[in-house]
Design a protein around this ligand. Structure first.
Ligand code: ZN
Length: 497
């Protein structure tokens, strides 16, 4: 199982060599190298020479007829497959293909004549049309132009292949749908993410970069918390359609005790489909609220009057000199953002945070570690918290650039500010003792990747295998051991004792 870095570009319209130059420059930049490039939609080009790609690239076409002339000279209609220019491979219209790196790709050209894709799970599905129903159960669905075609054949392809990622081109639109789950999949916990990209060099986001473990056969026990109902599963009680669920930052002390464990067998005739409900988390079920009896006590390492410190589930970084290096700062009141703290505790929480940061500075500073802290403040969040990761001082130098670059890559505007915004939703990161904040303002209701901060850090620290916190989940015994190690080291500095 290898960890692959995949780059996806939107449809190209008579600027193929420009696209190739762009792909090569991203591949050869600090963001690269990438394992492969996927180009969505039909390639339209009248160019008679196609430059070489520096990385393997793949594309499909609705039909052989719609291939550019320059490519028709390279592959026969009979083969309907082959390398058409250096490193660029035409996959055909409808079918499946495993790229050399082990990634399984299925693709659907939208025509009935090509037959169906052979059923079976794939890593990535590429289609020219949107599957019908994809906008169901989604509050974030864009208004689609009339010329966006919705296809039942593509819906069938989604059901048949339960792809982990599904990409389709969509001129003038970028849409990353919240993920949905296949409750009776084997392996369990398969989740599909649908992403529509604008055409190459369009006004909206037209490229997408992500990491994927090829042909993963086991999935983490805990699915993402922002799942919506699966639009492809017929629910017998349609009137109880779930909306997009509330977002929850699950990289934290949260566990999913409230989620029923699913049996692994896939066929269960007559079994009622589980419905995804809009989730409102109250203090008695919030895993950051100490009043919740199910809170993981072994992860709590210090409690002050208005806030506390805990270790996260599935920490990004592990021990340094036998001391855990990833810590959470959490206010005691159950509020979604720090700015919504009640007046009587707001100043106290801020003061306690400064005291905790100073005390931890004394613990880690002599070890040449410095803090990176980040948090998401969303009014529809569950319980505010700050993630604090202590990293080696010599690795912090270009971290600011890494955040700015990753934000740009994701079409997000990140600005340096001397204060955090007084209101509104935002992501903020602060580096070491710098007196500035890097802020991304989040428009109400819009999608923001809850793992953004962790992803940038994982990539920067070159620990991509720890990118997904669920893949790093520890046993209660390990958690207890980490908790004890922190408490012991922090004891002489802990102002709450
Ligand atoms: Zn809470």
């Amino acid at each position: 199982m290898s960890n692959l870095k995949v780059l996806v570009f939107g449809q190209v319209n008579n600027n193929l060599n420009e696209l190739i130059a762009k792909a090569n420059s991203i591949h050869n930049s600090k963001n690269g190298p990438f394992s492969l490039l996927l180009i969505l939609g039909n390639i339209i080009t009248s160019e008679d020479h196609v430059d070489a790609l520096d990385l393997p690239g793949y594309f499909t076409s609705r039909s052989f007829d719609q291939l550019p002339q320059v490519f028709k000279e390279k592959v026969s209609q009979e083969d309907n497959f082959g390398e058409v220019s250096p490193n660029l491979t035409y996959l055909g219209s409808t079918g499946r293909f495993n790229v050399a790196e082990g990634l399984s790709i299925a693709f659907h050209g939208g025509s009935q004549d090509d037959g169906d894709i052979i059923p079976g799970p794939v890593d990535i599905l590429l289609s020219h049309d949107f599957p019908t129903a994809i906008t169901d159960h989604s509050q974030s669905a864009p208004l689609l132009a009339d010329d966006v075609s919705m296809s039942k054949l593509v819906s069938q392809a989604v059901v048949d292949t339960t792809p982990r990622y599904h990409f389709a081109p969509c001129k003038g639109t970028f849409w990353e749908r919240k993920p949905f789950e296949w409750p009776e999949s084997d392996p369990a916990n398969r989740v599909t993410r649908f992403i529509a990209l604008d055409s190459y060099a369009g006004a909206k986001k037209w490229f997408y970069a992500f990491n994927i473990l090829a042909q993963q056969s086991e999935f983490p026990a805990l699915p993402p918390a922002n799942l919506t109902a699966n639009p492809f599963i017929n629910n017998s009680q349609k009137d109880e359609r779930a909306e997009d669920t509330k977002s929850t930052d699950n990289s934290a002390v949260l566990t999913a005790i409230d989620r029923p464990k699913r049996p692994l067998d896939t066929q269960q005739p007559g079994k009622k489909k589980r419905k995804t409900k809009t989730r409102t988390v109250n203090p008695d079920s919030c895993f950051f609220c100490l009043s919740n009896p199910k809170v993981d006590r072994q992860l709590i390492v210090s409690i002050a009057d208005e806030s506390y410190l805990a270790l996260p589930k599935g920490p990004l970084t592990l021990l340094h000199d036998d001391i855990p290096t990833h810590i959470l700062f959490i206010p005691l009141p159950h509020v979604p953002t720090f700015s919504s703290l009640p007046d009587e505790s707001k100043d106290k929480v801020a003061l306690e945070k400064r005291k905790y940061m100073a005390a931890m500075g004394q613990l880690y500073g002599p070890k040449d570690l410095v803090p990176v802290s980040f948090e998401i403040n969303r009014s529809d969040g569950v319980h505010a918290h700050t993630q604090i990761v202590f990293i080696r001082k010599d690795t912090i130098n270009d971290l600011k650039q890494a955040f700015l670059r990753e934000a740009e890559m994701n079409g997000l505007k990140m600005t340096e500010q001397s204060n955090v915004p007084a209101e509104g939703d935002y992501f903020v990161v602060s580096l070491d003792t710098a007196q500035e904040y890097l802020v991304i303002e989040i428009a109400p209701g819009s999608y923001f990747d809850l793992q953004f901060g962790r992803k940038v850090l994982a990539s920067h620290l070159e620990i991509l295998d720890r990118l997904d916190w669920r893949a790093c989940a520890q046993s209660p015994k390990e958690e207890e051991s980490f908790g004890n190690k922190f408490k012991q080291a922090f004891k002489p500095l802990d102002f709450t004792l």
